[in-house]
Design a protein around this ligand. Structure first.
Ligand code: CO
Ligand code: CO
Ligand code: CO
Length: 347
């Protein structure tokens, strides 16, 4: 039953409900006093990694992350599922096992049917069950504009943490979901998608990175991150910079949602995507064949995207096959070279 209220139309004036851009965030964080040094903090703010990791003892570290946003689809149940899959993803990207979650809710409780909120929470709760994550609580505020997300806690062995910093020359890069999600969700708000396309992008976003992460942990993966708000180029640039390597991407091998180019040409490029592009363009060399639209697609802000893994060449074929055998639409999209640290080439 389609809900009569279009959740994505409830955005109030100002802001886009998207992630604050990397440039703005850098400016704010730079003004903070240096954090207190704690020897147990293994992964903190500095590396732009997916989640914080805090060592409890020699065999266990906590993985903690939080994510929330305004509705990106109109169906409340789907929105809840996507928000949960997205929030848990940062634990999977670190090679961790998610254990518990807390809901974060903002909702206009006096003006919107309470069943909408119930559906959002039911979507999240079903997704948490699929991930074997226990909901332990949450917090809600009455707010004009709906927002939803979760804080997720997991564990990882301190020696088995996947960060974005370990990529080595010769590694192959594997991506486990298509990009173009930001252009799709902007198109959805503008009524440019048909039912099948809405169902397709919803399924992509609601798919857990659980199996991808568990599969990856059977191989020697040197670095991993999930592709989300900063886009493929943004997260790849962070990996290249933190690893001190250069990354070469092959445009034609990068999986993109169907009709993304046409939707982008129709103007459905989110502001966040343009900000992402402006932030990374100084570190990226594009093939002459790639025009501005192609370049925006590569920088497109993703919600609940796939894992980007850097894997030694000798294991890349086997990992790719293993992922595909597990029904993951994984692709080899490029490689790591020693060269200009933090630089990306797109061929
Ligand atoms: Co992430
Ligand atoms: Co995140
Ligand atoms: Co990571």
């Amino acid at each position: 039953m389609p809900n009569p209220i279009k959740l994505t139309s409830l955005t109030t004036k100002g802001g886009c409900g998207c992630k604050i851009g990397p440039a703005d965030l850098d400016q704010v964080l730079r003004t903070l006093p240096p954090a207190v040094k704690d020897p147990n903090l293994i992964v903190g703010l500095e590396t732009g990694d997916d989640a914080g990791v805090y060592k409890l003892n020699d065999t266990t570290a906590l993985v903690q992350t939080v994510d929330f946003f305004t509705p990106i689809v109109d169906d409340p149940y789907d929105f809840g599922q996507i928000a949960a899959a997205n929030a848990i993803s940062d634990v999977y990207a670190m090679g961790g096992t998610p254990l518990t979650a807390l809901n974060i809710v903002a909702f206009p409780i006096a003006n919107l049917d309470k069943s909408i909120l119930a559906d959002i929470l039911r979507g999240a709760s079903d997704k948490l069950r699929e991930a074997n994550v226990t909901l332990v609580g949450g917090h809600s505020i009455d707010d004009q504009e709906p927002k939803f997300g979760l804080s997720v806690t997991g564990t990882v062995h301190p020696d088995k943490i996947q960060t974005n910093a370990g990529a080595k020359p010769g590694d192959q890069l594997i991506l486990t979901k298509p990009i173009g999600v930001g252009i799709y969700t902007t198109s959805l708000k503008r009524g440019l998608l048909d039912e099948g396309e809405i169902a397709n992008v919803t399924k992509v976003m609601a798919t857990l990175n659980k199996v991808a992460s568990e599969t990856m942990q059977r191989y020697t993966v040197h670095a991993c991150t999930d592709v989300t708000g900063f886009g493929l180029l943004g997260h790849a640039t962070e990996m290249a910079r933190e690893s001190g390597q250069e990354i070469v991407l092959s445009f034609n091998d990068i999986p993109v949602l169907p009709r993304v180019r046409a939707l982008a040409e129709a103007g459905a490029i989110p502001g966040g995507t343009k900000n992402n592009f402006d932030h990374v363009k100084g570190n990226v060399t594009f093939s002459e064949e790639l025009d501005q639209i192609d370049q925006y697609i590569l920088a497109d802000a993703v919600t609940s995207g796939g894992l980007l893994m850097s894997v030694p060449k000798a294991e890349a074929d086997a990992l790719l096959q293993d992922l595909q055998d597990n029904n993951i639409a994984a692709s080899r999209i490029g490689e790591v070279i020693s060269g200009n640290a933090g630089h990306i080439q797109v061929n």
